[in-house]
Design a protein around this ligand. Structure first.
Ligand SMILES: [Mn+2]
Length: 339
């Protein structure tokens, strides 16, 4: 078990115990945040320059890692996911072409601006209000560099709130959200944490960042999950009726009249037979092909996406779920990129 959750505050306490003045701590935190944003900004600028110099891309997917696990209610392993997903994308066991023929080694299709240094920021005692703002700002810095569009590697599902907020704010209006998950993640504040990975979609709906929210793959939902879904007008498609809903879900058209479509994929939307490396194993889920059919057939201008909740600490020894998460990322990249 990792100790990510307590590490940051451990050091904050040590700084305070050593009588380091609070204004000095806060100044140091601000400098670390500035440096973090500079890292993302400069990498996004260079990648943007490259794609524009090559020419011909209307939309290019840019990976942005957010290695955050402390807002999970159970295991914190998703903090270790982004480097494992990248490794699986480029491990050489498969070619770099997606199912519908896009070439991922072409920087006009896929590029990467690296990770938000979440642990380094928290290590200085930065709280979640500030940290969530850093994540939102990082997403906006990627979107600043036309034609880059962010594909965020989680991290636990709490990261979807600052990411969707940034996308909506940057585009100037709500988006439609397609959310694939075993869980609706819409508790008001799970275990008292408003930033919990089980509450991200409550924050998104409260903020008005999504017009339509379609949740697909749901099979672990409480009465609060259903009530919150009703309150926010969420379209919840549960696995128990998937065979009935299948043809509708495989022919979705989203995003008309809004700024675009956001796709959030929690790896646990898949049946654990396909993806055992998740924190919350919930049998009775989607097959990998079900997910691809939904994504491939979706008619939408996908402006950004995330793949979250892959937990390398629960994966098989040969890293099967890393490959599954990587393929989700590859196919989403193909969906986002346009020439
Ligand atoms: Mn989930």
């Amino acid at each position: 078990m990792s100790t990510i959750g307590t590490r940051a505050f451990h050091y904050f306490q040590k700084l305070k115990d050593a009588n380091v003045p609070i204004d000095l701590i806060e100044k140091g935190q601000d400098r670390v945040i500035d440096a973090s944003l500079t890292l993302i900004r400069e990498r996004a600028k260079l990648k943007g320059e490259l794609v524009r110099a090559l020419g011909g891309a209307l939309a290019t997917t840019s990976l942005l890692g957010v290695p955050l696990g402390h807002n999970s209610s159970f295991l914190q392993g998703p903090a270790f996911a982004p480097p494992r997903i990248r490794e699986a994308i480029w491990d050489g066991s498969t070619n770099s072409t997606t199912e519908e023929g896009k070439v991922l080694s072409d920087p006009r299709v896929l590029t990467d601006v690296g990770d938000v240094p979440v642990q380094e920021i928290r290590d200085c005692g930065v709280d979640d209000d500030k940290l969530m703002n850093v994540i939102s700002e990082s997403v906006k810095l990627v979107m600043e560099e036309d034609p880059l569009r962010p594909l965020v590697l989680g991290g636990d599902h709490s990261i979807s709130f600052p990411v969707v907020r940034a996308v909506s704010e940057k585009l100037g209006g709500p988006v439609d959200v397609l959310h694939l998950d075993a869980h609706p993640d819409i508790y008001h504040a799970f275990e008292g944490n408003k930033y919990s990975h089980a509450s991200s979609f409550a924050r998104i709906m409260e903020g008005g960042y999504a017009r339509r929210l379609l949740q697909v793959g749901i099979r672990s939902i409480t009465s609060e999950g259903r009530e919150q879904g009703k309150k926010f007008g969420v379209e919840q498609y549960e696995m128990r009726t998937f065979s009935r809903d299948r043809s509708f879900l495989e022919n979705l058209k989203l995003g008309e009249g809004v700024k675009g479509v956001y796709i959030s994929v929690d790896v646990d939307c898949l049946d654990p037979a396909f993806a055992p490396g998740v924190s919350h194993i919930e049998p009775g889920g989607l097959s990998f092909r079900d997910v691809l059919n939904i994504l491939h057939n979706l008619q939408a201008d996908v402006v950004a996406a995330d793949v979250v909740e892959f937990n390398p600490q629960r994966d098989t020894v040969d890293g099967m779920t890393a490959m599954v998460a990587a393929k989700l990322v590859r196919e989403l990249a193909a969906k986002i990129s346009k020439n």
